[in-house]
Design a protein. Structure first.
Length: 149
């Protein structure tokens, strides 16, 4: 009975152990393949992360450059706006001074026209008097520069 019992239990146990060893060997091979694949994927991910970090560093440097350039343009724009405001204020002042100068010149021209008209009226009245005509002829004879008026 011992041999029957040993034959019935040992052989199936040996087969079961063999199958389990085969399953363990298969699982070990699967885990090794999975570990190798995961290691390769990890290396790819690390390389991608390094590339992303490098791109991020480059982008941050570019952002700093652009911010500095933007600050320069803002300063230039502010300076130009200040200069423009000063030029516009100066333009207003110059226009006001120009209008005042034109008005003063027109007033002086009107005054000169009135003075000339008065002088011409007096001259026309005096030329009609005989003694004035003789005096003017005498002045023209002595100083020819006064002739032709």
């Amino acid at each position: 009975m011992k041999s029957l019992l040993a034959g019935v239990t040992v052989k199936p146990l040996l087969y079961a152990v063999g199958v389990l060893l085969l399953v363990i060997a298969t699982m070990a091979a699967v885990w090794w393949v999975q570990a190798t694949t995961s290691s390769a994927a990890l290396d790819v991910s690390k390389a991608a992360a390094s590339a992303c970090n490098a791109a991020d560093t480059a982008n941050r440097a570019r952002v700093r450059e652009l911010e500095a350039a933007n600050q320069g343009w803002e300063l230039t724009t502010a300076t130009l706006q200040t200069e423009l405001k000063a030029a516009q204020d100066q333009l207003v002042t110059v226009r006001q001074q120009g209008r005042a100068a034109v008005a003063a010149a027109e007033a002086r021209a009107a005054d000169a026209d009135r003075t000339l008209s008065t002088f011409m009226a007096r001259y026309a009245a005096q030329v009609k008097q005989a003694h004035c005509v003789q005096a003017l002829q005498h002045v023209e004879a002595v100083c020819p520069a006064f002739s032709g008026y």
